[in-house]
Structure formats: C-alpha cells, structure tokens
Design a protein around this ligand. Structure first.
Ligand code: AMP
Length: 550
C-alpha cells in the first residue's frame, strides 16, 4: 500500500521561509570587536536579504542551476544569509576553510568548480593570493569595506569584483524559491584530511533538513526559541555542526564570533549577549577556562556547552561544571556525517559518578544514525563495551562516497557503511567510547596504547594546560608514546612528577619515557591537535626531548 502522505520535498528553502516568517523576531548578533557595538539583524531581515542575494546571484551574476557559490567568511550574519540563500535558489554553497594553505584552497575551489566567491573584506589578501589560480571563478563579492584593488589585480579580466551592499541594494526582498529534488546537492564541504588531497562531501537538501530537525532535539543540543546559541565552531568547517540551520529552523537566536576567536572576546560576548548555549572544540574551551580563572566574568547565562571535534578531557568537563555551573556535553561527529554523530547525555535516573562515566564517552547516536564496531577483517564485533574495533556508521545524513570519485572508495566505505577511522567500543546501551584515531593508536610491542587516554590523564594535572601524545619509533617496542606538555602560565612541573602522576592513573607499561615541554601544541586548520606535525617535529629533531631511559 502506498501512503496517503504528501511527497513534500525537504528543502533548505523551507527552513529559510519558516525562520523568516514564524521566527522573524529572533536575531543574529555579529560581534564587532572591543570598540564597536555588535551588529544585530532579525531573522525577518535575514530572510529579506537572502531573497536579495538570490536575485543578485541570478540576475546580476548569472548563476543558474547547481552552480557553486563559495564563501570565504568568518561566522557572521552575511555568512548565514549565504547559507540560506544559495541552496534555496538551487545553487550549491561551498564553504572554504580560511585556514587552509593557499595551494589547498586553490585545489578545493577548482575541484568544486566554484563560480562565485563571497569573501570577507578582512580576507582579501588571502583570496587575492590565490585568485589567479581559481580557474572557474568569474565573480567575487566582497562583504565589508576594504581595498579591492588586490582582487582586481589578481583576478584580471576573468573575474568581476562586486561589493555586497551595492549588489543587494534595491533588489526585491521576495524570491520565488524553486521546487528542487530533495536529493540534489545543497552544500559542499571538503574534509581537512591529513594525507592526500581534501575530499568533497556534498550534503543534500534532504540530509540538511533531517539533520536540522535532529540537532535541536532534547537528546542532542536541546535548542528552541528561548535559546541563544554562541556559534564558535566555524561555519567553514563541517557546517558549524548544523547550528545555523537548526537555530534558524527553531527560532533560536545566534551570536556569531566573526573573527574574534580569542578567549577574551569570547568571554566579553558571553557577558554582553547572554548566550544559553555554545559549541566549540576543546582547545577553545581550554583557553576560555584559563582566561576566566584569571579574569572573572559573568558567564551564568550559559547552561550547556557542547564540546566535540576532538576528545574532551574529563578534567575540562569537571572544571566548567564545578567552577562555573556550566554543563559540558561531549559530542562526536565528522564532516562526512553532516556532522552529527553522537551526543553524551547520561541515561535517565543516574547522577553523580555513574552519570559522569557516561558523560565522558562520545555518547549515543540518534535513531537516524546506525553505528557498529568492526574488526580488522571487516567483521562485526559485539556491542558489549569491551570489543575494540573501527567505528562504522550509516544513515540518511552520512555520505556514501566522496565527490567526483565515481563510487565508494573501499578504503573509506564498506558494504554501505562509512569507515570513520575512529577506534573504540560500543556498549549494549549504545554508548561509543573512542580510544583513538586508527592512525594515532600507539602500537607498543603488540599492545595498543590510546594516545587520548594518556592525554586526558595528563590534562588532569593542575600544572598542565595541554598535553599531546604521539607514537614515535622505538627499537625495542616498535613504537612508544612521546608526551608533549604545555605548562600553565605561572605553574611548574617536572617529568618525574608527571610520570608518577600517570603511574597512578594508567598501566605502568604505558607511561611514556620520552617527554618534551613545548610552548603550544601545533593545531590543524580546524583547531585540533596536529599530530602529524608533532611527529615530523620529533623526527626532524626540533623538540627538546627528555628521555628517562638515559
Ligand atoms: P572533521 O571531519 O574534521 O570534523 O573530523 C572528524 C574527526 O574528529 C573524527 O573522525 C574523530 O577522529 C575526531 N573527533 C570528533 N569528535 C570527537 C570526539 N568527541 N572525541 C574524539 N574524537 C573526535
């Protein structure tokens, strides 16, 4: 029997139209730095400007069909408008990561065949540096003031340069959003892969819509019209965890950081704009915690922060909870997964240490995501919280292949599942515990050491701000851990002390012999520990290593 239900396509334009009308009074606030008032725009205004942008792109710039419109932007109101307008008109939004090396930016923009780049004026030098290599780009739209000369020079006759305000001025504030196939591409993100060229993931209208329904649910981020979301996680990485669409859909206001991503301005934003929720990677919150400890600020508006993108050290969760009354919710996901993923909320009825044990995990997946653990031959392992293997996932917002590869690459896809490259366990009640990235696990004499477990233990030491552990070659054991440690300002600690601290918390044989105190952990373009660079630094003799075997 066929259902009697309407086959209404799930489109981004539905999110846009709903937010614009029903939640027209909600607002997006864009931080403007210490000396300027933040910019405020209602969702009604965002909706009107989205229609104007669509007109400008179609009528003035000639964008038709599924042509790609890229953004090279911080988190701000204009980026939100592009998020909504570009897919809604049928084009494909491509978020460019502004922290990539110029060659990677050029590779990605050419691979995606971007036609237009919408660029923040503060990033003109970055774009001008590569524009002559972006062979498919015909138009650049500059948001904000600033000298566009370098763009004109670099783009030559091929590229027309426009200013956002002038382009949108006088355009109609309604647009006849087309009916689209919900399985067509709406947005495009490239993975920040550490080896080889970045790979494209094309989200569909349907996947974005379903993901946007899930993100605000009580089991995930628990957002609604009374929420104010501080979106620190960048819109150029993994769609800012789906926060812009989810917030617009449910009428949660958004506070955008723009380019002010340091702890001090974030603390100022929290005091001034009173967000109830924030999301970012652990390093941002580690810095924020150190800042708040030294410079008290009123952060009492925040009820929950979601930390993900890398393993969140339990010590960081406890510190926010105990010192600031902020619940840290741990979450896991990846670009290929839209990006969620799992969220660590304890089962009903638990409290105290029992609840904490669940909150340290990477959490449970929602109904739309299946997760399983597989062994080295691809065999399914039991969900018993003990068997360790690679996590595989599948579901309606998980990619089935990479863009332009002509089918699923067996190295990354397996019988209709995505191989995440993350290693861990799955419990009978659905909780994922990750021990490592497959490539970061340290294989010491046939036994595995979890670099993340050692890092979490070390970051529990009061003198340690950050700790990053990588496997390095060892004549006797094949591989052994190297612990690199960033000491907190004003604190001091010795290798012996840290070794004793670890001996109380991990198996004796796992305690590293090689140690290095470093100024800061190298970070990737999205703020994660860059273990590849650390290994290379060690191999190149750049680290001052204390070897306790000597
Ligand atoms: P990306 O696609 O750049 O967002 O990276 C995704 C990868 O980040 C995942 O495959 C994990 O290795 C890592 N990751 C994300 N969240 C977590 C988490 N909560 N704990 C541990 N690793 C994480």
């Amino acid at each position: 029997m066929r259902s009697t239900m309407m086959p209404t396509p799930l489109q981004v334009s539905r999110i846009l139209q709903h937010g614009r009308s029903v939640h027209s009074a909600a607002e997006v606030v864009t931080w403007a730095g210490p000396d300027a008032a933040p910019r405020r725009m209602s969702y009604g205004e965002v909706g009107r400007k989205s229609a104007q942008l669509a007109h400008a792109l179609r009528d003035d710039l000639g964008i038709t069909g599924d042509e790609r419109v890229a953004t090279l932007m911080w988190n701000n109101a204009e980026h939100l408008i592009a998020y909504l307008a570009v897919p809604s008109m049928g084009a494909v939004l491509h978020t460019l990561n502004l922290r990539l090396f110029p060659e990677q930016l050029a590779y990605i923009a050419n691979h995606a065949e971007d036609r237009v780049v919408i660029v923040d004026s503060t990033l003109i030098p970055l774009l001008a540096g590569v524009l002559d290599k972006l062979s498919t780009v015909r138009h650049v739209v500059v948001v904000g003031d600033g000298d566009v000369g370098p763009l004109r020079h670099s783009g030559g006759d091929r590229v027309a340069v426009h200013r956002w305000d002038e382009l949108l001025a006088g355009k109609p504030d309604q647009f006849d959003w087309p009916v689209l196939d919900e399985n067509d591409a709406a947005a495009l993100c490239y993975t920040s892969g550490t080896t080889g060229n970045p790979k494209g993931v094309a989200y569909s209208h349907r996947s974005i819509y379903l993901h946007s329904l899930q993100v605000p649910s009580a089991e995930m981020f628990s957002l609604g019209p009374h929420s104010r979301v501080l979106a620190i996680v960048p819109m150029f990485h993994a769609m800012a965890w789906g926060l812009p669409y989810a917030a617009f859909m449910v009428g949660a206001s958004i506070v955008m950081t723009d380019r002010f991503l340091q702890a001090a301005p974030i603390a100022a934003m929290i005091e001034a704009e009173r967000p109830t929720f924030a999301g970012a990677v652990p390093t941002i919150f580690t810095d924020l915690l150190a800042h708040l400890d030294a410079n008290p600020a009123d952060v009492s508006s925040i009820r929950e922060v979601v930390i993900g993108g890398s393993a969140c050290p339990p010590s960081l969760m406890h510190a926010f909870d105990e010192r600031y009354g902020i619940q840290v919710i741990h979450a896991w996901g990846m670009t290929e997964m839209s990006p969620l993923g799992s969220v660590a909320r304890a089962p009903a009825g638990l409290s105290g240490p029992e609840a904490w044990a669940y909150r340290y995990t990477q959490g449970r997946v929602p109904a739309s995501v299946d997760a399983r653990i597989v062994g080295p031959m691809g065999e399914s392992l039991p969900a018993d919280g003990k068997a360790v293997g690679e996590v595989e996932v599948r579901g309606p917002w998980i990619t089935n292949e990479y863009l332009g590869e002509g089918g699923p690459d067996p190295a990354k896809f397996h019988d209709g599942w995505l191989r995440t490259g993350d290693v861990g366990t799955l419990s009978a009640d659905g909780y994922i515990v990750l021990s490592d990235r497959a490539k970061d696990v340290i294989k010491s004499g046939g036994e595995w050491i979890s670099s993340v477990e050692l890092e979490n233990a070390l970051m529990g030491h009061p003198a340690v701000l950050e700790a990053c552990v990588v496997g390095v070659p060892d004549d006797k054991w094949g591989e052994r851990p190297l612990a690199t440690v960033v000491v907190r300002d004003g604190a001091a600690v010795t290798v012996d002390e840290l070794r004793r601290f670890l001996e109380d918390r991990t198996a004796h044989w796992q305690v590293p012999e090689r140690w290095a105190f470093i100024e800061q952990v190298p970070k990737t373009s999205v703020g994660k520990f860059d273990k590849k660079r650390l290994r290379a630094g060690y191999a190149g003799g750049e680290l001052e290593v204390v070897d306790t075997r000597e």
